[in-house]
Design a protein around this ligand. Structure first.
Ligand code: C5P
Length: 247
């Protein structure tokens, strides 16, 4: 079994989760095997889960790498609770849901995750709330009847999530400081949109380097293409690790 840094030696500091955005199981497995020892976990999202389902998640998880299951649950509390009971058997390290589902949905999600994990003798997943999708701007929110800025809405929803017992939040790099100030320590701020100096930004519009995100207070970084599209992914991940450790 391949081991990861998090299970081996490191349970503190800023973690690296590599986003494996593909529906191709062989490709994801090969990438996962090559970088498992160089990152703290792997993020599998809707593309992979829609194509490969729970069996695909189990296939990758058997490498022994913590899994960030990014399926962004959003429904009425009873339905989200049912989904969490089904997903709990996969024992993800992180599991995402939309804060827009409301305080009651998040409370039920948290309680269900803990109850089901206890019943299965598993560690409960850490639930992460998604606030305002970074594809939405102030105008999009105004169209939905949300007044004020997207940034203010992000902080409002982060505080709601924290009060509902959610473990952390997925945040754009530029919101890290405001969320940390509002929600304090002990709340995971997990940040995509990371680009090491000199790497291609691709479709990411607002990026930070790994070092900048750590200094701003990120708990974990989600990094995809700077690792997965590198000629040699494992050394690319190790280089990012060195940049983080040097902060
Ligand atoms: O390849 P890249 O480093 O841009 O991958 C970033 C990952 O984080 C992707 O899986 C993407 O879907 C996810 N993500 C993001 N921005 C958000 C939320 C999630 O890039 N606001």
């Amino acid at each position: 079994m391949t081991s990861s840094r998090m299970t081996d030696e490191k349970d503190k500091g800023t973690r690296i989760f590599c986003a494996l955005d593909s529906a191709d199981l062989d490709k994801v497995r090969a990438l996962a095997q090559s970088i498992a020892g160089a990152v703290d976990g792997l993020k599998l999202g809707l593309e992979f889960f829609s194509a490969r389902g729970p069996a695909g998640i189990r296939d990758i998880a058997q490498l022994g790498v913590p899994i960030f299951l990014d399926v962004k649950l959003h429904d009425i509390p009873n339905t989200v609770a049912g989904a969490i009971r089904s997903l709990a058997t996969l024992a993800p390290y992180y599991l995402t849901l939309h804060a827009g589902g409301g305080a009651e949905m998040m409370r039920v999600a948290r309680n269900t995750a803990h109850e089901e994990a206890a019943r299965l003798s598993l560690t409960p997943p850490r639930l992460l709330a998604v606030t305002v999708l970074t594809s939405l701007d102030d105008n999009d929110l105004a169209q939905q009847g949300v007044s004020g800025t997207a940034s203010a809405q992000v902080v409002r929803l982060a505080e709601l999530a924290r009060a509902a017992g959610i473990d952390g939040i997925v945040s754009s790099p530029r919101e890290i400081s405001a969320i940390r100030a509002a929600c304090g320590e002990g709340f995971d701020i997990v940040v995509p949109g990371i680009r090491p100096g000199g790497s291609a930004t691709g479709d990411q519009k607002r990026v930070m380097t790994p070092g900048e995100a750590v200094r701003a207070g990120a708990s974990a970084l989600v990094i995809g293409r700077p690792i997965t599209a590198a000629d040699d992914p494992a050394p690319a991940a190790m280089q990012i690790r060195q940049e983080i450790d040097a902060v």
